[in-house]
Design a protein around this ligand. Structure first.
Ligand SMILES: Cc1cc2nc3c(=O)[nH]c(=O)nc-3n(C[C@H](O)[C@H](O)[C@H](O)COP(=O)(O)OP(=O)(O)OC[C@H]3O[C@@H](n4cnc5c(N)ncnc54)[C@H](O)[C@@H]3O)c2cc1C
Length: 435
C-alpha cells in the first residue's frame, strides 16, 4: 500500500530538531527545518550519549560514524569532593553493550551535530538558515518567519529549545525559562596539558565519567575526541546578574570556589586558561505539548528542558524525534495525523517528566552539605548494594533500565498495535480526554 506523504516544518536545528527531521524524512515525508542561526553548529563542549540514544543512532545506521569520533567511558565514578575518594562505581564497558546491546558514548557536540546535519541533508531535509520564526497559525498550519513569506505545511513541530517562541505561542502568554539556582562552567582542556601533571595522568589516560560531589556544587569530567580533549563541567550556585544567561567567567573566581576540593581537581582547574558561565534553567511541566488543531506539537527542550545532571536532555529530544518519525511511518490516512501527535505526547510526556524531576532531585543528592545526610549518602554508596533510589542513579536497579533500556521504535510498534485495535479511542477528542 502506498503511504501518504506530508510536509512537516520543524522549527529549530538543534540535536532534537535534527533527530525529528531524520526520523520523519526516513518515514517518507517532506521535511523543512527552519532555523534562526545563519550558520549551523553547536557549542564547543562535550555531550554524553546514553544507550537509549545510541540505540536510535544504531537503528538509523549512524552509530559507526558517531563511534569514530567518540570515547566509550569504562565506568561512572562518584567521588567525594574533599579528597577524590571513590564512593561508588558503575561499569559501562563491557556492561552497556552486554546489558543494553549498545554503548554509552562521549562525543564533542560539534561532531555529533554535524553527523545529524549530514544525515538529514542526505535524506532530503531542507534546512532554511537565517529564518527566525515569529508566530504560528496552528489551524492552517503555517509558520511566520521574519522578513519572509508565510510558510504553509501539513504539520509543525516546535523544536526551538529552552527559550521557545513556539511554547509561548501555544500557551498564549510569555513563559520564560525557570531559574534552577545553579550555573555551569563549561571547559575543554587538552590531554597534552594534563599529561604535564603527574597527578592528572590517570584521568587523562583512563576513559571514565568522574563526578566529584560537594556542598552546593559538583564537577563532571570525561574524555573526548579519541582522548585528546578533556571535558569539564563545574556546577555551582548561580551568581550571574539578572537577565544575563551566559557570560565570560573569571578563572580566579572559579578556582576560589573549588579551593577546598580534591587536590587533583584543583590541579586540573589550574590549567584552565579561560571559561564561561551558563545559567542552568528549565521549564515547568506543561498541561499539553500539542495544539487542539492536531497540527502542531512541541519537542525537546521546548517542552521538557531539564537540569543536565542525568545527562539525558538531548537524549530525550532524540527519543522524541525517533518516536515522531516512527509514528509518521505508520500513517495510512490524513485523518490519522491528529492521532499521531496525541499518541506521540502520550508516549513521551510521562517519561520526560520523570527524567526532569529525577534530574532536579539529583541536585540535592549531589550537593549535600557536610553533615549527617551526606555521611549517610556516602555510607550507602560505600557499603550497600544498589537499591531503588540508590544515590548513584546510574547503578539504581530500577532507574538505570528505565533510562537505558527504552526503545523508541518498540514503544511505537506497541502503541500502534493498541491504536489499530481501537483500544486508544478513535477520535481526537476522546484521545485528549485520556491524556
Ligand atoms: C551543561 C550542560 C550539559 C549537558 N549535557 C548533556 C549530556 O551530556 N547529554 C544529554 O543528552 N544532554 C545534555 N544536556 C542537555 C542538552 O544540551 C539539551 O537538552 C539539548 O541540546 C536540547 O536540544 P533541542 O534540540 O531540544 O534544543 P536546542 O539545542 O536549544 O535547539 C533549539 C534550536 O532552535 C533554534 N531556534 C530557537 N528559536 C528559534 C526561532 N524563533 N526560530 C527559528 N529557530 C529558532 C535555535 O537556534 C536552536 O538551533 C546538557 C545541557 C547543559 C546545559
Amino acid at each position: 500500500m502506498s503511504r501518504p506523504q506530508y510536509h512537516v516544518a520543524i522549527i529549530g536545528a538543534g540535536l532534537g530538531g535534527l533527530a525529528a527531521a531524520i526520523g520523519i524524512s526516513r518515514a517518507g515525508h517532506k521535511v523543512t527545518i527552519i532555523e534562526q542561526a545563519a550558520v549551523l553548529g553547536e557549542i564547543g563542549a562535550g555531550i554524553q550519549i546514553p544507550p537509549n540514544s545510541s540505540r536510535i543512532l544504531k537503528r538509523w545506521g549512524l552509530l559507526p560514524k558517531v563511534e569514530e569520533v567518540s570515547v566509550r567511558p569504562r565506568e561512572f565514578v562518584l567521588r567525594s569532593y574533599r579528597d577524590g575518594a571513590v564512593l561508588s562505581k558503575q561499569n559501562m564497558v563491557p556492561y552497556a553493550v552486554e546489558k543494553y546491546g549498545v554503548p554509552y558514548l562521549h562525543v564533542h557536540r560539534a561532531d555529533y551535530h554535524k553527523i545529524l546535519v549530514d544525515e538529514a541533508q542526505r535524506s532530503g531535509v531542507q534546512i532554511q538558515l537565517g529564518s527566525t520564526v515569529t508566530s504560528i497559525d496552528f489551524e492552517k498550519p503555517s509558520v511566520f518567519i521574519r522578513d519572509k513569506p508565510e510558510f504553509e505545511v501539513d504539520i509543525v513541530i516546535g523544536a526551538d529549545g529552552l527559550k521557545s517562541r513556539c511554547r509561548e505561542k501555544l500557551l498564549g502568554k510569555p513563559d520564560p525559562p525557570k531559574l534552577t539556582g545553579d550555573l555551569a562552567y563549561r571547559i575543554v582542556v587538552s590531554r597534552e596539558d594534563m599529561l604535564k601533571h603527574e597527578n592528572l595522568v590517570d584521568l587523562a589516560e583512563n576513559p571514565a565519567i568522574n563526578y566529584w560531589m560537594g556542598p552546593e556544587a559538583h564537577a563532571v569530567c570525561y574524555l573526548l575526541k579519541g582522548g585528546g580533549l578533556y571535558n569539564i563541567v563545574l556546577i555551582c550556585p548561580d551568581n550571574l546578574p539578572e537577565m544575563v544567561n551566559t557570560a565570560k567567567a573569571d578563572v580566579r573566581e572559579m578556582n576560589e570556589f573549588f579551593a577546598k576540593w580534591d587536590p587533583r581537581l584543583r590541579t586540573l582547574l589550574s590549567i584552565v586558561k579561560e571559561t564561561s558561565k551558563w545559567r542552568l534553567q528549565n521549564s515547568e511541566e506543561m498541561k499539553t505539548w500539542s495544539h487542539p488543531s492536531g497540527k502542531f506539537a512541541l519537542m525537546g527542550d521546548a517542552c521538557h528542558a531539564t537540569l543536565p545532571y542525568l545527562a539525558q536532555g538531548a537524549a530525550m529530544a532524540v527519543e522524541d524525534g525517533a518516536v515522531l518519525g516512527a509514528l509518521m511511518e505508520k500513517i495510512e490516512h490524513r485523518s490519522q495525523l491528529k492521532d499521531v501527535l496525541v499518541i506521540y505526547e502520550r508516549l513521551r510526556k510521562e517519561r520526560t517528566t520523570r527524567v526532569v524531576k529525577r534530574s532536579t532531585a539529583l541536585r540535592e543528592t549531589f550537593h549535600l552539605p557536610d553533615g549527617e545526610r551526606q555521611a549517610e549518602r556516602d555510607r550507602q554508596l560505600l557499603e550497600e548494594e544498589p537499591f531503588e533510589d540508590y544515590p548513584n542513579r546510574w547503578a539504581d536497579p530500577v532507574f538505570q533500565p528505565f533510562l537505558f533500556a527504552y526503545d523508541a521504535h518498540a514503544e511505537v510498534e506497541q502503541a500502534w498495535e493498541v491504536y489499530k485495535k481501537g483500544a486508544f479511542p478513535g477520535t481526537y477528542g476522546q484521545f485528549r480526554a485520556n491524556l
